[in-house]
Design a protein around this ligand. Sequence first.
Ligand code: ADP
Ligand code: MG
Ligand code: ZN
Length: 477
Amino acid sequence: MSWEVVIGLEVHCQINTKTKAFCGCSTAFGAEPNTQTCPVCLGMPGQLPVLNTLAVDKTILTGLAINAEINLESKFDRKNYFYPDLPKGYQISQFTIPLVEHGHMDITTKDRGDRRIGITRIHMEEDAGKSMHEGLEAVSHIDLNRSGIPLMEIVSEPDMRTADEAIAYLKNLHQLIRFLGVSGADMEKGQFRCDANVSVRRPGEELGTRTEMKNMNSFRFIKQAIDYEVMRQIEVIEDGGEVVQESRLWDSVKSESRSMRSKEEANDYRYFPEPDLPPLRVSQLEVDNIKAGMPELPHQLRARFEAEFGLSAYDADVLTQTRNLSDWYEALVAAHPADPKRCANWMANELLGRLKELNKNIEDSPVSPNQFGELMDRMGDNTISGKIAKDVLDAMLESGKSADAIIDEKGLKQVSDTGAIDVMILEIMAANQGQVDAYRGGKDKLFGFFVGQVMKASKGKANPGMVNQRLKELLNG
Ligand code: ADP
Ligand code: MG
Ligand code: ZN
């Protein structure tokens, strides 16, 4: 009998406000340790938190973008635990009444088609500091710059059934967050991190016991960790054992997970209402105003690109991965509107491929939308063929010169003069009399051979449409 996998994800996402959640300290990344702290975020006794309302607004915007309900009255609670990176001995979080509840996100997966993933809640909380071990012996240091940075925790329903589906959900969420501009969501900087809850069961049975893999910040590792955990749990059960509810840590070097703490040793957080903060009240008017400022979302942009420019679903998806990509494409077709489909195709397949090899993002492209558009136009007016255009693009990326300059310099203008093409064809026919006879005797496949020969003789510059046409006429004549 087969096993069904059940996955629920918790995402911690740093909200990109200039100042922290409850004090005025800077949230800038990469400063000298402990230079962005004050008595509030250092957890000194008697200090009072003041809520950053921009962080509230950004959480509400995110809630609206996942079709969730906004609780006009929510509250903050203290989550008590002891850890060196938590100077107060508690984290201010939202436990009983979160700001956002009952949302969902629609995703398209390779293995399971279109799926709707429930999002239980988004609550606000504060980040902890960071322990530092690297390069130190027998001691650890602590950096409290991160302490008090506002977070939203986005908790999904246990709705996912494969690791690929979980990654598709995460990538969609990551993209959405960046389009909303509510977080840098830079995974390498820990601005978007994921806990994966995994269990297995026989189809139709109750939910199995779950384990939780903590704090992962790479899509690749999250997938590996889920796959590993599924195998491990199935093995435990098939060997007659039981899965123990526990937190586990993914070791990306060894590609295995190990137990951090089991349910018995689990923290009892002794949640209670945060006495230093009043209930969080927002008005419907504020929510409506935030809704009115909602930017175009990835799925809307994809649909618009397909409808407005006639793009394939694939090209529309590639060109809307980031706002920078879609802005670049829109700048391109605004200046060179002749063939938006060709532009999309060439941008998605040729330009992005080359930039990837150069390790560059679209915003660092040495070729501007306007320059790229000129190259598209030179194909459109048959000055060059697609094959030559690829070489021109290489040269543009290398030299920063315009398409026209390179075409001129290298003499790449397409030969569209029938006379010149006929001369080449006749020479090739004369040199390959055997093939000509075979073709005329019915070996149609040889046509490709002749096309290849002419293109080679012209160094790729012969107009392919004309070559085809004249070859047919001269071979059959
Ligand atoms: P905690 O805060 O202790 O981790 P929650 O009740 O908030 O517990 O659940 C956390 C996550 O675990 C949610 O994303 C939920 O969907 C997921 N989850 C709950 N039960 C299971 C299960 N049996 N298998 C897989 N995931 C689960
Ligand atoms: Mg959890
Ligand atoms: Zn501070």
